[in-house]
Write a protein that binds this ligand. Sequence first.
Ligand code: SAM
Length: 329
Amino acid sequence: MAPNIDAYNRKITYLRISVTDRCNLRCAYCMPVKDFQPLSHTKILTYEEILALIGAATELGVTKVRLTGGEPLVRRGFVHLVESVCRIRALHDVSITTNGVLLKEMAQPLFDAGLRRINVSLDTLNPEKYAKIAGRASFQAAWEGLQTAEAVGFTPIKINVVAIRGFNDDELGQLAQLSTEKPYHVRFIEYMPIGRNNNWTPEQYISSDEIKVRLERFGSLRPVPRAIHDGPAERYQLPSARGEVGFISALSHHFCPACNRLRLTADGKLRPCLFSDDEVDMRTPLRNGAGQDVLKSIFRQTIARKPREHHAQVRGKEESLRSMITIGG
Ligand code: SAM
């Protein structure tokens, strides 16, 4: 059996790496409600350590890496990491997820470093609402960052929207329409109950099916045929749209049978599943001088531990102690 096939015959080809748990925003759905203590710098993997782990992962068959956080753009030297990751020939797909606040200055350097794919998180087009959910008045910076990324040539630009009833459910149509005016892929993400100490309530949850119904008044959603490397998003287009809308339905339509990913936290814990706190420490062996064979064997063991499915649901218990900011979204 190939070393990256798990117990349920899924091929693990995708590693999401959090490069920091620090962020320049304070999004209510992502941060713990109180007492968030960022990791001390010594606990965070160095870029050399991250590159060593990517090296081991690619030898096992990982071909896709996403760099995330926290906010990846706040970590010093991030562009150099991107440059090194983009040079790894075994990777067919390198992308980042960012809130866009620093993209106005960093989009061009990131593009020059070889990056082509970027996801920008933007939950509202209203600056006051943005300040309320994100805890910082940074809408304008994020918007300008998005425009700069487009001007620089990033494609596709995906916009992540967490749909939250009572917060942005009145502007889901407006957000979806960004995909008609611009070549953006606007992806609605179901609000997930992550972190025992976050603000999530079942009342705030909106299913992808409900969002689709709400979007119907903007025209019928035409399904876009799935491509071979597609992730979990269901893809559609509004009439005469330049871009797409997508739905990521972690709660209403589990995509566990097709899950192909592992997550690496900023402090070097490898997580087989977003919703479970089962984690394997990679930092200690790395710092004790483990070679590629040991690292590969830890990856293999972690792949073998990947659960068949998660059990998070709209009216059920939370599965993860860690909040999203400390896992890496
Ligand atoms: N700072 C970057 C950003 O804002 O895109 C990257 C990290 S952030 C944790 C990655 C993604 O996770 C964002 O799109 C964010 O909206 C999403 N996210 C965070 N908490 C979430 C939750 N409880 N449910 C659904 N998505 C969540």
